[in-house]
Design a protein around this ligand. Structure first.
Ligand code: SF4
Length: 76
């Protein structure tokens, strides 16, 4: 699946790209070295990325998103 596809990140209550999700998760936990940012608390506690990785989250293409189509949130 294209990394530019957009999904709804529930923990952060925000629309973001799949690539964004991987990048945020690659951030260091806790104190980060100069110049890098630590992982967000939401990502540390996240249970949702497993579904992101398995391509089980609803997504829309970047184009669709820009044109106003929003991906559905995962049911709770
Ligand atoms: S790891 Fe979880 S909280 Fe962080 S961006 Fe991905 S889905 Fe959202």
């Amino acid at each position: 699946m294209s990394k530019t596809r957009i999904f709804f990140c529930k923990p952060q209550n925000a629309y973001m790209s799949l690539a964004n999700c991987s990048e945020l998760r690659e951030r260091p936990v806790g104190k980060a070295s100069a110049g890098s940012q630590p992982r967000l608390l939401a990502c540390e506690r996240c249970e949702m990325y497993k579904f992101v990785d398995k391509a089980k989250v609803p997504t829309v293409s970047l184009n669709e998103y820009v044109e106003g189509t929003k991906p559905e949130a995962l049911p709770a």
